[in-house]
Write a protein that binds this ligand. Structure first.
Ligand SMILES: *[C@@H]1O[C@H](CO)[C@@H](O)[C@H](O)[C@H]1NC(C)=O
Ligand SMILES: *[C@@H]1O[C@H](CO)[C@@H](O)[C@H](O)[C@H]1NC(C)=O
Length: 329
């Protein structure tokens, strides 16, 4: 009974809608569908026509080895971390060569060299052998990281510590950002400086760690523990930068990364670029967890300002993200 009543009512309601209106709604719907379909077809054709393929084949992109990058890895008595790091990075498609900055008194052991040799060989692709080289140093100095590397085939250097690992997708993305701005430092670990207001009119600078960057959304350095830079800056650091700065770095066992940030900022007059990337820390605690670290870093900044006669660092809030990984614009 009730069902039929309801049915009749609905039927009546439907009958009240004019036929022409139903027709126009249908037409609009059909038209919209057609437009959407056409747009989708056009877009997919245009994408392939203009070369906007979602995944560029790594084979094509890195056929020219000059378009790749060198990995410069700084290590100190942590062969297990070094093995882990290199096993990972040799899988990244853009890697052209791997340079291990070795400052230990003993030469690398045969077993370590054999292991790394084997890793590099088995992970080399399409008959292109990645190069593996130990940069052996007599002196144990943090400046060793920025010694000029002879016969480097790539302009790009990816400088990395042995205790952090970034997925290849993050590294390759940072590399593409660097390619758009090859004079700039492009990295994953941002730091900030600011003027100490409490000290009256004397210009004293303070170094801010990750907490400050996170709080302010601003940075003025990216640390060389995970950053791309042009190989010319290694030459400038080793040969052109005042020797007093290198002496300060050796003596204090600190500050080489800030010195590099100053050098690049002085050369470009521009800020670095912070790239979003996943970080996996594989080592235990690093130097930054030691007490008094922040004060030593501030001292380093003020020393460098004195050397340069000005503050070259430029602050920015720009962060590069891979737009394929964000859903909302
Ligand atoms: C590592 O590989 C290079 C090149 O293939 C080779 O010349 C060198 O002898 C190897 N070293 C060791 C210790 O296996
Ligand atoms: C800073 O840059 C200027 C201009 O390029 C250059 O002349 C100067 O030597 C640089 N300063 C240092 C300390 O490298």
């Amino acid at each position: 009974m009730r069902g039929s009543l309801l049915g009749r009512r609905t039927a009546q309601r439907f009958r009240q809608v004019p036929i022409s209106a139903v027709g126009s709604v249908k037409n609009k719907l059909l038209l919209s569908c057609c437009i959407v379909f056409t747009l989708v077809v056009l877009a997919s054709h245009a994408a392939s026509f203009l070369g906007w393929k979602h995944q560029t084949s790594s084979l094509d992109r890195f056929a020219d080895r000059r378009k790749g990058y060198a990995i410069l890895i700084n290590t100190w008595k942590r062969n297990d971390l070094l093995k882990q790091s290199i096993s990972h990075y040799t899988l990244c498609p853009g890697v052209d060569s791997i340079h291990i900055v070795w400052s230990e008194p003993d030469a690398p052991s045969d077993s370590l060299v054999k292991f790394l040799n084997h890793t590099v060989q088995s992970n080399s692709r399409h008959g292109q052998q990645m190069e593996l080289k130990f940069e052996i140093n007599k002196e144990d100095s943090l400046n060793n990281r920025f010694k000029e590397i002879k016969n480097l085939k790539t302009d790009a250097i990816f400088s990395i510590d042995d205790d952090v690992i970034f997925p290849c997708s993050s590294v390759e993305f940072a590399f593409s950002v660097w390619q758009s701005a090859p004079d700039t430092m492009v990295g994953f670990v941002p730091r900030i400086h600011w003027v100490d207001q409490s000290k009256g009119n004397t210009e004293r600078y303070i170094y801010g760690g990750w907490g400050s960057v996170w709080w302010m959304g601003t940075y003025s350095m990216v640390l060389s523990k995970a950053a791309f830079f042009h190989r010319k800056y290694s030459g400038l650091y080793a040969n052109e930068m005042p020797a007093s700065i290198r002496e300060y770095v050796t003596k204090n066992r600190n500050c080489e990364d800030i010195a590099m940030s100053f050098l690049v900022a002085n050369a470009t007059g521009a800020p670095p670029v912070w790239v979003k990337g996943q970080i996996f820390e594989i080592g235990s605690t690093g130097i930054s967890s030691l007490g008094g670290h922040s004060e030593r870093r501030s001292q380093c900044i003020n020393r460098l300002v004195a050397e340069y006669g000005r503050m070259p660092l430029v602050s920015t809030s720009v962060k590069a993200v891979d737009s394929r990984n964000i859903w909302f614009w």
